[in-house]
Design a protein around this ligand. Structure first.
Ligand code: ZN
Length: 180
């Protein structure tokens, strides 16, 4: 069968083809976003309407999660947090992955049109910029919320890790969250 020259080239040079593809994705985040939105929308529609497919996906994702395990998830999460300036809380320096979260600076997380998982995936792939996001631990995230809700309490609450318990690893807090 006759394939177009370009297709033949892509098949003959899979490595370079992938590099080209990655390069294009990097330079066209807006277009990638549109493609992803379209395919996500199609999948959501299918999820709503196709009960059998939904059921099969649920079962397989449960199996997959079991196979992947917590180590796999931790490595994915670390990658996301590294993109946002490091896997540590910018307020208190906590480095325990279990309690670290992606925070929307100045609030607005609930206005985010995508789910948490989608957001994580986009940050990891570099489709979503780190603008307006940073890493906080769960307790500092609560304080962040309280400070926005009750400005008079700003600067009055602080997370202090108990020095008597060396099991908790923390990292020195940089003066300012790093600019990307
Ligand atoms: Zn913290």
């Amino acid at each position: 069968m006759d394939v177009p020259k370009s297709t033949a080239w892509y098949r003959a040079n899979p490595e370079r083809a992938k590099a080209n593809c990655d390069m294009w994705r990097q330079h066209n985040p807006q277009k990638v976003r549109v493609f992803m939105d379209r395919s996500n929308a199609r999948r959501r529609q299918k999820w709503r309407t196709d009960a059998a497919w939904r059921e099969s996906r649920l079962v397989s994702s449960k199996k997959l999660n079991k196979l992947r395990g917590p180590v796999w998830w931790a490595s994915k999460k670390r990658k996301v947090l590294e993109r946002l300036g490091g896997a540590h809380c910018v307020r208190c320096g906590a480095t325990d992955l279990r309690i670290l979260e992606v925070n929307h600076i100045g609030g607005g997380g609930r206005l985010e049109p995508r789910s948490g998982l989608e957001l994580y995936a986009e940050i990891r792939r570099g489709v979503r910029s780190s603008q307006g996001l940073n890493v906080l631990c769960r307790p500092c995230n609560s304080i962040d919320y309280i400070e926005r809700r009750f400005p008079d309490l700003a600067g009055r609450i602080q997370v202090v890790w108990c020095p008597a318990l060396p099991a908790v690893e923390t990292r020195a807090v940089p003066a300012l969250p790093g600019k990307k």
